[in-house]
Design a binder for this molecule. Structure first.
Ligand SMILES: Cc1cc2nc3c(=O)[nH]c(=O)nc-3n(C[C@H](O)[C@H](O)[C@H](O)COP(=O)(O)O)c2cc1C
Length: 454
């Protein structure tokens, strides 16, 4: 059945239709604002924000950041419910109204219809849709009855969706959707989907893995056609998710399975240019993507720890180690390590605005200066060797010695020793970096990738 042949649940006036869309998946940490802007830059049609728990939004204050144009919902940090004095408010959710607002779907973690509605009212005026996460298998979600736990409590899941449809759709004119995983028995998946599509939702995303499946295990697509048919009978758009690697791959799968759209997570996390079709240029190299990401991160004043985490996903590990990226403590450090002298002024500005330690600004300047001196010394040395090779017909010191020109050979051997820092990563430096990365990981700013996969 093609999507044209099926009835459509009406799309609310401020909502978006998920049909014919290739979208960025919700990803905690990896789906913050700069990642979403990057995905949109490379052609994602819609972007899902990272799952945000209802209770963390309730009680936040909304403000427009004049410097960046972002809308930020923040609250004072609390320690076991007790407000901590003299602390800066922490930003719980951030979006950019002009650059993503009409394409942003807010994803919520919840297990309560009342709280879901209360939290949805906070963001609904600013986003294009609200999605409920019914697929996260992590204990922090399932222990509270949220995420994949909702697959086992369909009454509760339906009550949440119905409450949102009854309140948020008429009040704010945006659509409600849900993201689920398949159940082991296709009959159970079918029974669940039949109930979900009758709640008034406009879209359903099916992650083609069961709850216990690990992200490395291949997605199972056997149930996809059945889920699509049930969605289409009710006029609900069906998005597929799981091992979709690029726009062209998504289009081929949409054709093969007759679904309305596709959602991409890990491939986009590694390189968002996967949203660009071959016809439009295809995948870009990592260095282009990294620079584009850094620009977005600085434009919106993204939290530095998150930017560093994302850069660690985007920059190949060897290169990151070689340039000392893991040692960076500021945007200036990152630009210095990556050799982005042209972004340095912007980086200083952002560091200042975010009140990032000025000592790291100084270190970044020194690093750029050091690189400049090193390049100069290297080109002087190359010129000197060229000149001397003109005398003996070879720039190679041992060849010169073998040819009897001991003066040239000695002068090459006696080239000034480079300092440790100029020699690039030796074993001890590399292990130092690794140790430092581990400390950062312990701080929570650069954790291992293994963990999260809702
Ligand atoms: C880092 C990371 C964070 C994720 N966070 C969420 C989330 O907040 N909400 C959600 O529904 N799924 C989340 N997921 C799951 C993805 O949205 C997606 O369903 C899953 O990775 C399968 O897609 P893929 O095969 O394209 O990676 C996350 C996945 C990753 C890798």
């Amino acid at each position: 059945m093609t999507s044209e042949a099926v009835p459509h649940v009406p799309i609310p006036p401020r909502g978006v239709d998920y049909r014919n869309k290739i979208v960025l998946a919700p990803m905690v940490r990896s789906g913050e604002l700069p990642s979403r802007l990057l995905a949109l830059q490379y052609g994602a049609d819609l972007v899902w924000g990272p799952e945000t728990i209802d209770q963390s939004m309730i009680g936040t204050t909304r403000r427009v950041n004049e410097r960046t144009g972002c809308i930020e919902w923040s609250r004072l940090p609390s320690n076991s419910g007790v407000l901590v004095e003299n602390m800066k408010p922490s930003i719980i959710y951030r979006m950019h109204p002009e650059r993503e607002g009409r394409k942003l779907i807010y994803q919520m973690g919840t297990c309560s219809p009342e709280r879901a509605v209360e939290a949805a009212r906070i963001v609904a005026p600013d986003v294009a849709g609200i999605d409920i996460n019914a697929g996260c298998p992590k204990p922090f979600s399932t222990d509270g009855g949220m995420g994949a736990a909702l697959l086992k409590t369909p009454d509760k899941l339906c009550a949440i969706l119905e409450a949102l449809v009854a309140n948020i759709v008429p009040e704010y004119g945006i659509g409600i959707s849900v993201k689920i995983r398949i159940l082991k028995d296709p009959k159970d998946t079918e029974a669940l989907v039949r109930r979900l599509v009758r709640t008034g939702i406009i879209g359903l995303t099916v992650h083609c893995r069961t709850t216990p499946m690990r992200p490395r295990e291949r997605a199972i697509r056997d149930q996809l056609r059945m889920v699509r048919d049930v969605c289409h009978e009710a006029g609900v758009a069906c998005l597929m998710n799981g091992d979709v690697t690029s726009r062209d791959h998504a289009l081929a799968l949409m054709e093969e399975y007759g679904v309305d759209g596709a959602m991409i997570a890990t491939s986009a996390e590694k390189n968002s240019s996967c949203f660009r079709s071959e016809a439009d240029g295809g995948m870009a190299g990592w260095s282009e993507v990294v620079e584009a990401y850094l620009r977005h991160a600085m434009d919106v004043g993204n939290k530095f720890g998150n930017t560093k985490y994302l850069l660690a996903q985007l920059v190949p590990g060897r290169h990151a180690e070689q340039v000392g990226m893991f040692r960076g403590h500021s945007y200036s450090d990152m630009c210095a390590a990556l050799g982005y002298a042209h972004l340095m002024d912007k980086a200083h500005e952002v560091d200042e605005a975010l009140e990032i330690d000025p000592a790291s600004l100084r270190r970044a300047k020194e690093e750029l200066e050091r690189q400049k001196k090193l390049r100069k010394a290297q080109s002087n040395e190359a010129r000197r060797l060229q000149r001397s090779s003109g005398v003996v017909g070879s720039g190679n010191a041992s060849a010169a010695a073998a040819g009897g020109n001991t003066a040239v050979a000695r002068s090459s051997e006696q080239a000034p020793k480079r300092s440790l820092s100029e020699r690039g990563p030796t074993a001890s430096v590399v292990s130092g970096i690794a140790a430092e990365a581990a400390v950062v990981a312990a701080d929570g700013t650069l954790p291992s990738k293994a963990g999260i996969a809702a």
